[in-house]
Design a protein around this ligand. Sequence first.
Ligand code: DC
Length: 233
Amino acid sequence: MSGKAGAIAIDGQAAAGKTAVGRELALRLGCPFLDTGIMYRAVTWLAIKEGVAMEDERRLSQLASSSTMQPSDQEANGLVLNGITLGTELRTAEVDQHVSLVARVSGVRQEMVRQQRDISARARQESGGIVMVGRDIGTVVLPDADLKVFMVASPQVRAQRRYDELVSQGHPADYRQILDNAMSRDRIDSQRADSPLAQAADALLVDTSDLTIDQVVEKILERLGSPVGRTVR
Ligand code: DC
């Protein structure tokens, strides 16, 4: 399948399983994977580090346009930001709490979209495709994607998955707080003026509440008409 995947856009709510599904799909298709959420997280991390207020749209936009980002080869779910590899730093509670505010800023979004399109163009040239995951991939970043998927799950299921993930990594976790945070991020992401979270008209809607990662991947492969989809493990 390598070299034939094309561009696959996966959008959806926080913790609907987009990253786990996207990563597995990219692995089976033999193409690169980009979680665009970590790019907004990287700008947020920089803003916190440099003491930039989350309301200061001009400085947030400057931070974004003076940063270069590439998916990391070394760290799963990592990002190389201005030459420095970041991983767990991008998923702290502090970043979680502020990232939706940074992702609302148009100047930040324009720069992220520009870099995401560059990454996609390079990947399509070098590997014949890419799996890109986010909130506006099918609607704004890659409106001509070969396949668009929109993933949802109930807030309770999403909070439980995140809770289990944190506990399995030995981190402290509070189910109620996680649920509140996921719902608040969805609200901000869906209501912002610039490219809000929305299902593209031509996207395949998948409710992952009662599905495993493999089942979702198989559904997508089936839709792609891939031979890989018929020989899944
Ligand atoms: O997927 P995530 O939780 O890592 O995303 C972090 C934040 O970034 C979330 O508030 C949504 C926002 N985001 C966005 O606005 N557009 C994207 N393409 C990806 C993420």
